[in-house]
Design a protein around this ligand. Structure first.
Ligand code: ZN
Length: 192
């Protein structure tokens, strides 16, 4: 099994006040490295699917403002819609309690809750991870498909680089197989 993420995203200390929380979108895309903070899906194949989530839902904000950068997460629509206003502690400063609730994806221990199976599926390590897994619907198929597409894309790029220096039929045959797999996954993604 693989680590869930290669690196923990970190928000810069952006304190400039903005009129609408969406004004932070471009900065969040940079800080989250074009990935959903929760499921780690990359946005390349689904740009319009990515939104801004309030980590502590708006409903529970008392002192934190809805435009505060420190409370925003770049998130795919699936995670954002699944998370909704779920916040079991009801307190803006207590993120989780008794294995229920959330961990800010910018915390290093977020990665300890999950791992990645060789086939691309997300799984949980801990009870709190299990709670988040079901609340965020990490079992949905696109997480596995996007992970596989990203891996194939990187393999295809490696083959293309090699082919620019070595003319090899074995490599060309291998690339054809990779392209077919890639096409198969992108088709699956467009149908869900
Ligand atoms: Zn997501």
């Amino acid at each position: 099994m693989d680590r869930f993420r290669k690196a923990t995203p970190k928000r810069r200390k952006i304190i400039a006040s903005v009129a609408k929380y969406n004004d932070h979108r471009n900065d969040l895309i940079i800080d989250f490295d074009n990935r959903c903070g929760y499921c780690n899906d990359i946005d390349v194949w689904r740009t319009v699917w990515f939104e801004l989530d309030h980590f502590v839902p708006k409903k529970y904000l008392k002192t934190i403002k809805d435009t505060d950068y420190s409370n925003l997460v770049y998130a795919c629509r699936s995670c954002n819609n699944s998370k909704r206003a779920h916040w079991p502690t009801g307190n803006e400063f207590i993120h989780n309690q008794n294995n229920e609730g959330f961990i800010d994806p910018c915390e290093d221990n977020y990665d300890d809750q999950f791992y990645r199976c060789p086939d691309g599926k997300i799984m949980y390590h801990t009870e709190l991870g299990k709670w988040m897994y079901y609340k965020l619907k990490f079992h949905k198929p696109q997480h596995e498909i996007i992970y596989r597409i990203e891996q194939l894309d990187s393999l295809i790029e490696d083959c293309e680089n090699l082919l620019s220096v070595i003319d090899s039929q074995i490599l060309k045959d291998r690339m054809l197989i990779l392209y077919r797999e890639y096409r198969n996954y992108t088709k699956q993604l467009s149908s869900i």
